[in-house]
Ligand binder design. Structure first.
Ligand code: ZN
Length: 242
């Protein structure tokens, strides 16, 4: 996937669902290459760990050092408190619970409806800010099968938001069909090794909120599903790119 100059649309404005994790950081870089105006939104839904929300500020502070040409495109960050939702949709991410599979085959890290709620709030904000594009790091490949990460769900949501808010929203999911190794490759394509280094140093993906020691693939406990996925993807990418 190579970005052509013609894909840059100076008139378009995008709101990136930005958690401070690896995937949404790549989405932010992707959007900065593509849209004339880019803003970010993050959600506090009572995550067990604030380390992810702190990573957002660090990534935003550093990403323009890697992509200085985008300095005039990056607009404000928005943070929305939806802890009321977190209380309803209890999961291993918002309560001290073991990470295990439920009867549907879904891990206890699944927060029911989370992406639907995120997108509804993001669309309401985007409408106020005059933005038509929502960008999210949802991904069907290499993932634990969260039903609200599927492109089918995004298509239905896009249609609902268009109808319900009378605005021609597009939900862009640039990572949807990429493996985690391919996401690392896209990272390098977007911002070279400097962006790869930023993802390694500044982003946070670990479900347990651990930073721990710096590993080849970044920081984290190394054993939770998110760390395992990140480490495996990085190893696959590094094996042919080191
Ligand atoms: Zn972990």
């Amino acid at each position: 996937m190579t970005l052509q100059a013609s894909e840059f649309d100076p008139a378009a404005a995008a709101l990136v669902l930005f958690s401070g994790g690896q995937d949404s950081t790549v989405c932010l870089a992707w959007a900065l290459k593509r849209y004339g105006r880019v803003e970010t939104v993050g959600f506090d839904y009572g995550q067990r760990h604030s380390v992810e929300l702190e990573a957002r500020d660090t990534v935003r502070a550093h990403i323009l050092e890697v992509l200085p040409e985008a300095a005039e495109r990056l607009g404000p960050d928005h943070r929305i408190d939806i802890r009321g939702f977190g209380e309803v949709a209890e999961s291993a991410l918002t309560r001290e619970r073991a990470i295990e599979m439920d009867a549907r085959g879904l891990p206890s890290t699944f927060v029911p409806g989370r992406n639907l709620v995120f997108l509804t709030y993001a669309a309401a904000l985007a409408d106020r800010r005059g933005m038509d594009v929502l960008v999210g790091g949802m991904c069907e490949t290499d993932f634990s099968g969260y039903p609200d990460c599927r492109r089918d769900t995004m298509d239905a949501m896009e249609q609902s938001l268009r109808l319900g808010m009378a605005r021609p929203f597009r939900i862009e999911t640039p990572l949807m069909w990429l493996t985690k190794a391919q996401t690392w490759a896209l990272t390098e394509e977007l911002g070279g090794r400097a962006l790869v280094d930023l993802v390694l140093e500044d982003t946070h993906t670990c479900y347990l909120g651990e930073r721990g020691e710096r590993r080849a693939w970044g920081y984290g406990c190394g054993t939770c599903p998110a760390c395992e996925l990140r480490a495996k993807g990085h190893a696959e990418w590094a094996a042919v790119n080191a």
